[in-house]
Design a binder for this molecule. Structure first.
Ligand code: NAP
Length: 327
């Protein structure tokens, strides 16, 4: 079992590496349902109990899948899900450009907050959601109103802890005044490091955990991405598009070589590096494959000394990757 970490300065202990279940919705290619359930259960067996989902992943399907996987073992899992990306065409919201050439519809209105919670609880088959995030701040609703409605769900006993995703430091402060925020998700990895200066200092001041999403750069940092299938959603990501993929491969080649020198995989180097950035950091790597969970879990045992961490800073400084980011 992997070691535990505290979720923020007031939260419970959870596995130091979570499991990102978005990969089970076909964004990286098809997944058989029995394999998907077995993968979630294997994550639990390894102590990767911090299971990350969202109502929008597979338009509700991801939560249904998790329900099947945890049915007989609810107490082994710490269930995290999100609301706010509108996935039902009948629902209103504010359209937002993401920087990936696709737009998202966001709804953080109190009525939508309450409705989303009941749908997620029902699909997950749980009375209480352990950690519930707003997936994006709604540009047309003050964050205080969204978090106020989320806080009422905590008071009603339907949610244990609140989280936010893809927010600024200022939005975190405002939200935290309304109700304590346990965790904030933002993209963070060796190919996207700006949170180190924009968000992390505020989270540390307020005692909030940072949950890096796409901790493997959506797969790039594993060194295993050769050619994307036609239906792979990473075609939307400018870092994978056109000439950028080759440019990024060249720029990150020394990092891949470093992993080889240490006789670990590039995925293990990327995850271990994140774990070394602070005890308040709990990455949620995703995979469709149970055997890759073993590989990723083993990164919790990799020790990087100060000299190596400095070497990584020189090889992969902030801003190294070519191509725009999401948000
Ligand atoms: N809050 C947000 O806005 C937000 C946004 C994006 C993601 N997330 C969360 O973050 C989680 C992880 O992000 P992500 O899926 O975007 O990216 P990721 O975890 O950085 O990378 C996932 C990709 O890496 C591959 N992979 C994983 N382990 C590997 C290994 N050991 N060797 C080789 N390849 C490996 C997977 O392929 P295989 O399936 O083939 O193994 C998959 O293509 C998601 O599941 C989701 O829960 C949140």
């Amino acid at each position: 079992m992997i070691e535990k970490r505290q979720l923020g300065n007031k939260g419970p202990e959870v596995g130091c590496l979570g499991y990102g279940a978005m990969a089970l919705e076909g964004y990286y290619g098809a997944v058989d349902e029995a394999d998907a359930i077995a993968t979630i259960q294997h994550a639990l067996d390894l102590g990767m109990d911090f299971i990350d989902s969202a109502d929008a992943y597979g338009e509700g399907h991801n939560e249904l899948l998790i329900a099947k996987a945890i049915k007989a073992r609810r107490d082994d899992a710490f269930i995290c899900t999100k609301f706010g990306i509108v996935y039902d065409a009948n629902d209103a919201g504010t359209d937002m450009e993401t920087g990936w050439g696709v737009s998202l519809r966001i709804n953080g209105a109190p009525g939508y907050v309450k409705k989303s919670l009941q749908l997620s609880r029902s699909r997950l088959g749980v009375d209480v959601i352990d950690l519930w995030y707003a997936h994006y701040p709604d540009p047309s609703i003050p964050i205080e109103d969204t978090v106020g409605a989320m806080a009422e769900c905590v008071q009603a006993g339907d949610v244990r802890y609140l989280g936010l995703c893809n927010v600024s430091a200022e939005e975190v402060r405002r939200a935290n005044e309304v109700h304590p925020i346990a965790a904030v998700q933002f993209e963070y990895s060796l190919w996207r490091r700006e949170v180190e200066t924009t968000l992390l200092p505020t989270l540390r001041e307020l005692g909030i955990a940072l949950i890096p999403w796409s901790p493997l750069g959506g797969g790039f940092l594993t060194g295993e991405v050769k050619q994307l299938a036609a239906d792979d959603f990473r075609h939307n990501n400018p870092r994978y598009a056109g000439a950028n993929l080759d440019i990024n491969r060249d720029r990150f080649a020394p990092l891949m070589q470093l992993a080889k020198d240490f006789r670990i995989t590039p995925a293990q180097l990327a995850l271990s590096w994140l774990l070394h950035q602070g005890e308040d950091i709990i990455p949620v790597p995703g995979t469709r494959k149970a055997e890759r969970l073993d590989e990723n879990a083993a990164s919790a045992n990799v020790q990087l000394d100060a000299e190596t961490l400095e070497q990584i800073d020189r090889i992969a400084p902030a801003g190294l990757a070519e191509g725009a980011t999401l948000v």
